[in-house]
Design a protein around this ligand. Structure first.
Ligand SMILES: CSCCC(=O)C(=O)COP(=O)(O)O
Ligand SMILES: [Mg+2]
Length: 238
């Protein structure tokens, strides 16, 4: 089916890093903040039930390794692992609360999200970052609290982003039909998995992030371009 003959989209599912937020913000601000703050979190919150549950999960995944060493190894590898993502979310919460962290989105993102939500599209997030971290990032942007534009937040509890089954779980949870949903990501393997589950896809490519355009999904350099390609309401970029 060509774009013109496809039914109108009802929902947009968005990745975060490389899609709505520059890779540099995640790697130069969020990740170093978490790396510095995690040792103290493990020391001072050892009795917190959430921390305890994550430590138990680390021990299950990496038996015999010190939790901190394992977290450092995962951070070195940029591994998308649920216990690391949950603990990173906890330390970022403190950073946002103290005003040390504020998310800077790509300039095209806020106008597009507000315009699409106002036009009745359902918007949801699917990121490796924990749901708590997603709500924090959109709750503390340089342009204010954006969390109300989203009707759903999904993380690795749905499964890995390169696994088609994860997208089927999200469709079930959101009660969406696959063909009504557009998934946006910078990572081709994630788009492949979403397409396998029947979602429509578009790769977001930002030269400043070094994103390599693939050949198997439509490509756009901004959400305004996505709107144009997929017949979505067109945001006025401020
Ligand atoms: C939720 S903000 C932090 C993003 C993060 O921790 C990460 O690993 C990026 O994952 P994504 O799936 O958004 O590319
Ligand atoms: Mg990404």
């Amino acid at each position: 089916m060509t774009q013109a003959t496809q039914p109108p989209l009802r929902a947009v599912l968005l990745d975060i890093e490389g899609t709505t937020i520059p890779v540099s913000f995640v790697h130069a601000t969020l990740f170093p903040y978490a790396r510095k703050a995690l040792p103290a979190l493990l020391r001072t919150h050892a009795d917190d039930p959430v921390v305890k549950a994550q430590i138990a999960e680390i021990a299950r995944l990496a038996p015999g390794v010190s939790p901190l060493r394992q977290l450092e190894a995962w951070m070195d590898a940029d591994a998308k692992v649920a216990p690391l993502k949950a603990l990173q979310g906890m330390v970022w919460a403190q950073g946002y609360a103290e005003g040390a962290l504020k998310a800077t989105l790509y300039p095209d993102v806020v106008p597009a999200l507000r315009c699409w939500a106002a036009a009745g599209l359902s918007l949801a997030v699917y990121s490796s970052g924990s749901v708590a971290a997603q709500k924090l990032i959109y709750g503390h942007t340089t342009e204010g609290n954006l969390s109300s534009v989203f009707v759903g937040f999904y993380d690795l509890q749905m499964g890995g982003k390169r696994d088609a089954e994860s997208y089927r779980r999200i469709l079930d949870a959101a009660r969406w039909q696959a063909g009504d949903v557009l998934f946006l990501s910078d990572v081709v393997a994630e788009l492949d998995a979403a397409a396998q589950a029947g979602l429509r896809t578009c790769q977001i490519v930002h030269a400043q992030d070094g994103t390599q355009p693939g050949t198997t999904h439509p490509v756009a350099g901004s959400l305004a371009e996505v709107a144009q390609r997929f017949g979505l309401p067109h945001p006025e970029v401020a």
